[in-house]
Design a protein around this ligand. Structure first.
Ligand code: THU
Length: 132
């Protein structure tokens, strides 16, 4: 199954009773293994988590800290861009040129990269020289 098909499949499991907007994400770790995540909402709205965060958590729980490919899918008129927080989360474990495929259930897609999604990312180097 392709990375996008994995994201499409896990999307079905999304828990989104409030927004009714189901999202699926799949990331490929450096090992080649695929990790999947869906959005999980909460009645206390800010406690909900995004599909990308779930996929990243599954990857890290399995012992991997490097992702080499990402796919995200939702049922929307146009490919849904990851939220700002998820862009930073993806940047933590990927490289600037890591491909991110944004797709819709109806079949349109947009190929992007982590650097395109998050130019000027905050990195460890930005903290060097700080005296605390
Ligand atoms: N959502 C994601 O899971 N990923 C995205 O990239 C965009 C938004 C979720 C969060 C919330 O459960 C719902 O979509 C509506 O914002």
């Amino acid at each position: 199954m392709s990375l996008l098909d994995e994201a499409r499949a896990v999307r079905e499991a999304a828990y989104a009773p409030y927004s009714k907007f189901k999202v699926g994400a799949a990331v490929r770790g450096a090992s080649g293994r695929i990790y999947r995540g869906c959005n999980v909402e909460n009645v206390a709205y800010p406690e909900g988590t995004c599909a990308e965060a779930g996929a990243i958590a599954a990857m890290v729980a399995a012992g991997e800290t490097e992702l080499i490919e990402v796919a995200v899918i939702a049922d929307a008129p146009a490919p849904v861009p990851p939220c700002g927080g998820c862009r930073q989360k993806l940047a933590e474990f990927g490289r600037g040129d890591t491909p991110v495929l944004l797709a819709t259930v109806s079949g349109t897609s947009l190929a992007s990269t982590i650097a395109e999604l998050l130019p000027g990312r905050f990195e460890v180097a930005h903290m060097s020289g700080s005296s605390g």
